[in-house]
Design a protein around this ligand. Structure first.
Ligand SMILES: [Fe+2]
Ligand SMILES: [Fe+2]
Length: 264
């Protein structure tokens, strides 16, 4: 039997994206075929391994994306999205490795393993699209800030769920429709349809965040809305930026009463 939390740690410790993707897909398949099970808690690394390329820069040192349309701009955007998805693979498996216990409901693992599988697919689709456009993940610098939210919330599952799926991935739902429209307007239907798929899957990731935030808040005797607002205020630097995609958020079970009071 494969030890789920240990195998999740192995995904975090692998630096090469292709290797990370292969392991994520394999572990998800093993879980579905009941070849993997939670055996014992793991000790995940503070930061996941990263490949030599792309160079990681502090967010403020990132070059401004070139203005105007054109292929270079689309490549830069796809590269930035691929980098986000690579981090998302690690974030999903980190939740399992860091917070999984013998008491964790099976449904929690089902959900985050599915997220970890879908993030691996998203990265692969974007990387394949970059290759079609003559580029490659690693060609451009990427920013180093994405793991900060994980480090900030590594002590508390409620904080992690409050910030990662329910602030950051929910923000993705707000901005992705406009990005898809931009690609369509540029005549890049292939990239648009990849982002369409990502968008639909991400509604499910926010839904999983909401479901398990509510579950663990209620189990701790907390009011989910107040507990969420409290965790966001403490662990997310910055305000929540409208406009919100209320419709997609609603599809994910995310009530405006949670996030409206914290909006800029
Ligand atoms: Fe994703
Ligand atoms: Fe996601």
């Amino acid at each position: 039997m494969i030890d789920l939390a240990q195998a999740a740690c192995e995904i975090l410790r692998v630096a090469e994206p292709a290797d990370k993707v292969t392991r994520a897909l394999a572990l998800a398949a093993d879980w579905k075929q009941q070849h993997a099970a939670f055996v014992r808690p793991a000790d995940p690394p503070a930061r996941p391994a990263r490949p030599e390329r792309p160079p990681l820069l502090p967010p403020r040192a990132m070059p401004k994306r070139s203005a105007g349309g054109g292929q270079q701009k689309r490549i830069a955007l796809l590269h930035a999205l691929a980098h986000i998805e690579l981090n998302a693979i690690d974030l999903a498996w980190d939740i399992i490795a860091r917070f999984g216990t013998a008491d964790t409901p099976r449904g929690f693992f089902d959900d985050w393993i599915k997220v970890g599988e879908e993030e691996a697919i998203h990265f692969s689709l974007l990387q394949a699209r970059l290759v079609e456009l003559g580029a490659h993940y690693g060609d451009l610098p990427a920013h180093d800030g994405l793991w900060l939210a994980a480090e900030e919330t590594s002590h508390d599952l409620l904080a992690r769920l409050a910030v990662v799926p329910l602030v950051l991935e929910a923000r993705g739902l707000d901005v992705t429709p406009a990005t898809i429209a931009d690609f369509r307007r540029a005549g890049d239907e292939q990239s648009a349809s990849i982002l369409d798929r990502v968008y639909r899957d991400e509604i499910g990731h926010v839904a999983a965040g909401m479901r398990w935030f509510q579950h663990f808040a209620e189990r701790a005797g907390l009011n989910p809305k107040q507990a969420w607002q409290d965790r966001v205020r403490r662990h997310f630097k910055g305000t929540l930026k409208p406009p919100f995609n209320d419709e997609a958020r609603k599809d994910a079970g995310f009530d405006p009463e949670f996030y409206r009071p914290l909006s800029a």
